[in-house]
Design a protein around this ligand. Structure first.
Ligand code: PMP
Length: 434
């Protein structure tokens, strides 16, 4: 069945298919970190539904929560009506949000996807400010619907002003770190304050506290606070896209907690649905100038996702999995950095919690005498991903020219599993770098 399914799907599906192209596996069973293919092979899944599976595949508490709804006779399709399941989900979600934010916040169910919630955030800040432009960053990823796509890195849209992310000031000019973050912040100020920049007062600024698809670029805390300062001083709502960074992934329950920044809008999806589709925005109640019916959608009431999500949020909170992610992530980063000292093709290792990126470069092609960095090596990155797969490890590629190996394991990862992941990646690197 394995080969037949792969062949038929490759013929029937659009050439745009992504994961199915680089990961030719046919998953038939899964539990925790492990996926079993139709060919009987087992894989350690560090893609985790692109960061969705905080508790890994088919966690018992998630399955139990879903079964409970199915067995209760409750309606599965309720549009956006109030239900006990929705009540429990909302209560649990608000209990996890930073107090300062949650105490004066409203929620709008969007959905089903993260990109829907991004659109809702844009509509909300446009309605609240009466303005239309948006500020977004290089390297950003916000989704595939029109507005979200326009705000993502690489896309061009007249309504979106693109600002430099601290990562832009990494190596080419020998800067980076705190200094690079400050340069990026000053650029942002100059764009906003220079009448000649042609940027009309925007409706909002959207950022990811750690850029995920953009290649795991953590925003320095000081830069996050500068963005809060800059937007607050100009009454620009700050939208934190925590679709990928939320629910403990980065070592805090929400990634904005690292910097202490309180955003005006939070965009949440992926892990909040406990592996099923769910997306919401939570925002400062003063922004709620929407008229009744101003935001709609047929699939805003996914009862199974809300039950699975509430169980996931509670489990992460009760078991301190954000702290666990911080500790394990730091250990894995240290091991990977040690590995980098033997492999000149590792250009950078970065991350926060269990959101980790290993950037692959071609050291041979580094410009001589300029102090410039080695260029990204997409051929090597693809080879490493395939060598990982041969060793039973599923990793995603992201970032500049897809040269960043991304690790997004579940927060339930054991110490032994973390070691196995690093070991397999090290073997794959050694094989591919030859
Ligand atoms: N924002 C971020 C930060 C994301 O990582 C993603 C998905 N990778 C999205 C938005 C879009 O979510 P979805 O794919 O569910 O539309």
């Amino acid at each position: 069945p394995h080969e037949g399914i792969l062949r038929r799907q490759s013929l029937r599906e659009s050439a745009a298919r992504t994961y199915a192209r680089s990961l030719p596996i046919v998953p038939v069973r899964a539990r925790g970190l492990t996926i079993e293919g139709a060919d009987g092979r087992r894989y350690l899944d560090c893609l985790s539904g692109a960061g969705t599976l905080a508790l890994g595949h088919n966690h018992p508490v998630v399955l139990e929560a879903i079964k409970k709804v199915l067995d209760s006779g409750a309606p599965l399709h309720v549009l956006d009506l109030a239900t006990p399941v929705k009540d429990a989900f909302t209560t649990e979600l608000f209990a996890t949000l930073p107090r300062e934010f949650a105490d004066n916040a409203r929620i709008q169910f969007c959905g089903p996807a993260g990109t829907d919630a991004v659109e809702a955030a844009f509509t909300l800040v446009r309605a609240a400010t009466g303005r239309s432009g948006l500020l977004a960053f290089t390297g950003a990823y916000h989704g595939m619907t029109a507005g979200a796509l326009a705000a993502s890195g690489g896309a061009e849209d007249v309504r979106v002003t693109r600002l430099p992310f601290p990562q832009d000031y990494r190596c080419p000019f020998g800067t980076g770190g705190e200094h690079g973050a400050e340069l990026a912040a000053r650029w942002t100020e100059s764009v906003l304050d220079d009448p000649k920049s042609g940027t009309p007062a925007p409706a909002g600024m959207i950022l990811e506290p750690v850029q995920g698809e953009g290649g795991v670029n953590p925003a320095p805390d000081a830069w996050m606070r500068r963005m809060r300062e800059i937007t607050a001083a100009r009454s620009i709502p700050l939208i934190a896209d925590e679709v990928q960074t939320g629910v403990g992934r980065t070592g805090a329950f929400w990634a904005v907690e690292h910097s202490g920044v309180v955003p005006d809008v939070m965009v949440l999806s992926k892990a909040i649905g406990g592996s099923l589709p769910l997306a919401v925005i939570v925002y400062r109640s003063e922004l709620d100038t929407w008229q009744p019916g101003a935001h709609a959608g047929t699939f805003r009431g996914n009862q199974l996702a809300m039950a699975a999500g509430a169980a996931t949020l509670a489990y992460v909170r009760e078991n301190g999995l954000a702290d666990r992610a911080a500790g394990l992530g730091a250990r894995m980063l240290a091991s990977l950095r040690a590995l980098a000292s033997h492999h000149p093709c590792i250009g950078d290792v970065r991350g926060r919690g269990l959101m980790i990126g290993v950037e692959l470069v071609d050291p041979e092609a580094a410009p001589v005498g300029t102090g410039g960095e080695a260029p990204p090596d997409p051929v090597l990155a693809t080879a490493v991903q395939q060598e990982c797969l041969r060793r039973g490890l599923i990793v995603e590629l992201g970032g500049r020219h897809s040269t960043v190996v991304r690790l997004l394991p579940p927060l339930t990862l054991t110490d032994e599993q973390a070691t196995a992941v690093v070991d397999r990646l090290a073997d794959a690197l050694a094989a591919a770098a030859r």
